[in-house]
Every structure is written in structure tokens, then in C-alpha cells.
Design a protein around this ligand. Structure first.
Ligand SMILES: [Zn+2]
Ligand SMILES: [Zn+2]
Length: 309
């Protein structure tokens, strides 16, 4: 795997490359525009050229994560139009920066139902295809935890969206380990790991799995609650990460940490990259995930977290 992290662009996009270097990344993810705003001012030509030259010196795959405001399944026509416009802008911005992939959560049906949500997401992706013909950058839909009415926690939903969208064959998948586990794809055992990737290969196809987000989960499998933990500290434990970093099928796949800051409030990426690298070629990690010993804080029927989290 090409191991890396989601790096801040504070001070300019090129700073993300410097931060990635300091952390020991071989790939990075950035926000190419503000993640919580609809509008973004164009990138200055100097910022663009600085980013492109810095990136050329490292040669890493670079992903951007699209704005969390975008909902391709929105029923409200204003939100839907804004979402489609913002995603097209994300793609053009990523192309300008020379990025490889834009990662997007597929959408939330907000009560309309999964079927209607899939149809709406596919229609929006068809619209995107028409607006962004000829771009080199590729869109990746991210596996979600299935929180609330979010689409994309079941492999069949992803497949259905891609099959129905015009240009769907060009769209790949970003596999977030925390989201997959929380949504009910139990990755914490060897048998679970085999089952989950066998199912993914059968339903979606491994040739579409173009990036990973590597996060442990603070919530158990089936909770449908998205809370990232540091590698080995959550309900996944070290075993699935040991499998992943030694899995020849994913040797050249970018894999991005989105782990939370530690108790010291400092970014945890260097520490977690070291944990992942220590698993390469290492013997099988012993013991169940640490979190299996923690008291249950989730009501799986409600899919929400109790307490002060
Ligand atoms: Zn993610
Ligand atoms: Zn998440």
C-alpha cells in the first residue's frame, strides 16, 4: 500500500506536501476547497504552480475529499442544484491541481428511501459526467457507515448507483475501514476479512477499489455510527490492518489515514503510519481488538452513540 494521511492545506495547498513529507507519507488527501462552504474562490496561479511543482518532486498519488455539504440525492431542488454545481467545481479544481481522485460520500436520501436515493444519486452522477467530459481526475465514491439515511454502506447500493449512472464505469470506490466495519462488514477477524473482500469483489469488483481510508472504529460492527479511532485502538484492532498492508492485491493502492488527534491534540498521522509500517512482514498480531473489552456504549437498533462522545 502507498500509506499516507489527510493533510491540512492551511497556508496554501503546497503546505500539505510538506506536512506529508514530515509525517512520512507516500500519498496524501487534501481538501481542494473549503469542506463546509458552497462557494470557493479560484486558486491563485502561484498557489497552483507551487503545488504542482512540489507534488512533482514527491510523485505521490493525491486525492481530494469533496465538501460534506454535497448531497447528490437531495430532494430539495435548490440543494440538489448546489450539490451538482459544487461537485463539478471540485472536479475542475482537482484537475487544475493535477490530482488523481476526488472522494465523495454518495448521498443521503433523507427519508425518501434507499431506492429513490440510489436513482437520484445516479442521475446526479450522469449530470456530472456530462459536465466534466474529458477530465483526467476520477471520482471515487466512499463506503459509508450508513449513519442516518446515508447511502453507500452496502456494496449492492454502490453497485446499483454505478451501474445506473452515465459514465459509471469510470467511477471507483474508496474503501473506508472504519465505515465498512461500523456499517456491519465485520473486518476484525481473519474469516471476516476474507468474507468482506470476497463480497466486495463479487458485487462491485476489486478493479474499482482505487483507494482506502485507514481508520480504526470507536464503535462496534453494526452500530452504523461513524467515529474514527487510531489504528489498533478501536473495534477493528491490528489484525485487519496487518492483513491489508500485507495483501498483494492492494500493493499499489493509496491508503489514507483520517485518524483523530491524540490526547496531546497533535495530529496522530506519524504515529499511526509507524504502527501500519510495523505490521508489514510482521507475524500475525495476537489478541482481540482492545475495544472488545470496553463496555458497550451503542444501541445498535438506534444506531446512535450514548454518553459524552
Ligand atoms: Zn473516510
Ligand atoms: Zn468517517
Amino acid at each position: 500500500m502507498l500509506l499516507g494521511a489527510h493533510e491540512s492545506v492551511a497556508g496554501g495547498a503546497a503546505h500539505a506536501i510538506a506536512r506529508g513529507r514530515a509525517d512520512g507519507c507516500e500519498a496524501i488527501q487534501i481538501f481542494a476547497r473549503p469542506s463546509a462552504q458552497w462557494r470557493a474562490k479560484p486558486l491563485a496561479p502561484e498557489e497552483l504552480s507551487l503545488f504542482r511543482s512540489e507534488r512533482a518532486t514527491v510523485g505521490w498519488p493525491v486525492l481530494s475529499h469533496a465538501s460534506y455539504l454535497i448531497n447528490l440525492s437531495a430532494a430539495d431542488p435548490t440543494i440538489l442544484a448546489k450539490s451538482r454545481q459544487a461537485l463539478a467545481e471540485e472536479m475542475f479544481r482537482a484537475e487544475e491541481l493535477g490530482l488523481d481522485f476526488v472522494v465523495l460520500h454518495p448521498g443521503a436520501h433523507l427519508g425518501l428511501g434507499v431506492e429513490a436515493g440510489i436513482a437520484a444519486a445516479a442521475a446526479s452522477l450522469s449530470d456530472l459526467h456530462d459536465r466534466t467530459r474529458g477530465l483526467r481526475v476520477r471520482l471515487l465514491l466512499e463506503i459509508t457507515a450508513g449513519q442516518g439515511s446515508c447511502l453507500g454502506c452496502r456494496f449492492e447500493e454502490m453497485e446499483a448507483i454505478l451501474a445506473r449512472a452515465r459514465g459509471g464505469h469510470t467511477i471507483g470506490i474508496c474503501f473506508d475501514t472504519c465505515h465498512a466495519h461500523a456499517s456491519g462488514h465485520d473486518l476484525s477477524t481473519e474469516a471476516g476479512y476474507e468474507r468482506v473482500f470476497e463480497a466486495f469483489a463479487r458485487v462491485v469488483g476489486l478493479d474499482r477499489l482505487l483507494a482506502f481510508h485507514l481508520n480504526d472504529s470507536k464503535t462496534p460492527t453494526g452500530s452504523r455510527v461513524d467515529r474514527h479511532a487510531e489504528i489498533g485502538d478501536g473495534y477493528l484492532g491490528l489484525l485487519p490492518f496487518w492483513r491489508l498492508v500485507n495483501d498483494a492485491r492492494f500493493r499499489a493502492t493509496p491508503a489514507i489515514l483520517e485518524t483523530p488527534s491524540g490526547p496531546d491534540k497533535l495530529p496522530s498521522f506519524a504515529r499511526n503510519l509507524a504502527r501500519l509500517r510495523a505490521l508489514k512482514g510482521a507475524p500475525r498480531p495476537a489478541g482481540p481488538p482492545k475495544s472488545q473489552a470496553l463496555p458497550e456504549k451503542i444501541d445498535p437498533r438506534q444506531g446512535r452513540l450514548f454518553g459524552s462522545e
